[in-house]
Design a protein around this ligand. Structure first.
Ligand code: 5RP
Ligand code: FE2
Length: 221
């Protein structure tokens, strides 16, 4: 499957989101970080803002929910227009029920794991998901240092999906930049979130293409 680039608007200009989204329309997904100040110690945006972003975005919206009670909220984000909804396993009471609700609403189901959460917790229920997000920083803030110790989880997931023939997407999020992109792709990731690397660059669209080129090169090695 082709590598997908997903710029995170966490590092965009929150007073000019439509402008900044349009700037990266050469990417594949728009990664929108929803934080509730409970599951993580930061607060960003919620349903009404995501709904408008989905309306104006030229890219499908990849909602990353860092919130409590995803059993209730995750389907609401699918209804609001997110094409892909990622909720955290650590916050979920019934992850399989959430995944089925998301798919029933026509969204892609996706589950995220914090750096300290073992991957075996999703291996038995992998077919319920279109994507697994392996966090490569502690969730909550952009601009943090990449954690290479999370890579064995990516590899274990890729091996499990390959063994069963599942076309699973594996997303990585946090500290993805020119110096880490080969590492994540070689481990088996194929959806790359980048916030500060893209929106901190002088030319965000060119940075998307530079990261994509490095990722493609690593995937053919
Ligand atoms: O989910 C997130 C933080 O919890 C963001 O998507 C992530 O941090 C992107 O930012 P950067 O690329 O700057 O690390
Ligand atoms: Fe994110």
């Amino acid at each position: 499957m082709a590598i997908q680039m997903a710029p995170s608007i966490l590092s965009a200009d929150f007073a000019n989101l439509e402008r900044d989204i349009t700037t990266v329309s050469n990417a594949d997904w728009l990664h929108v970080d929803v934080m509730d100040a409970h599951f993580v110690p930061n607060l960003t945006l919620g349903l009404p803002v995501l709904e408008r972003l989905a309306e104006v975005s030229p890219l499908p919206v990849d909602a990353h929910l860092m919130i409590e009670d995803p059993d209730h909220w995750a389907p609401r984000y699918a209804e609001a227009g997110a094409t892909s909804v990622t909720f955290h396993l650590e916050a979920a009471a019934d992850p399989v029920a959430i995944a089925r609700d998301l798919r029933a609403l026509g969204a892609r189901s996706s589950v995220a794991l914090k750096p300290g959460t073992p991957v075996d917790q999703v291996l038995d229920i992998l077919t319920e998901f279109d994507m697994v997000l392996i966090m490569t920083v502690e969730p909550g803030f952009g601009g943090q240092a990449f954690m290479p110790e999370t890579m064995p989880k990516v590899t274990a997931l890729r091996e499990a999906a390959t063994a069963s023939g599942q076309a699973l997407r594996i997303e990585v999020d946090g500290g993805v930049a020119r110096d880490t992109v080969a590492t994540v792709v070689e481990a088996g990731a194929d959806v790359l979130v980048a916030g500060s690397a893209v929106f901190g660059a002088e030319d965000p669209a060119a940075e998307v293409e530079a990261l994509r080129a490095l990722a493609e090169e690593a995937s053919h090695r």
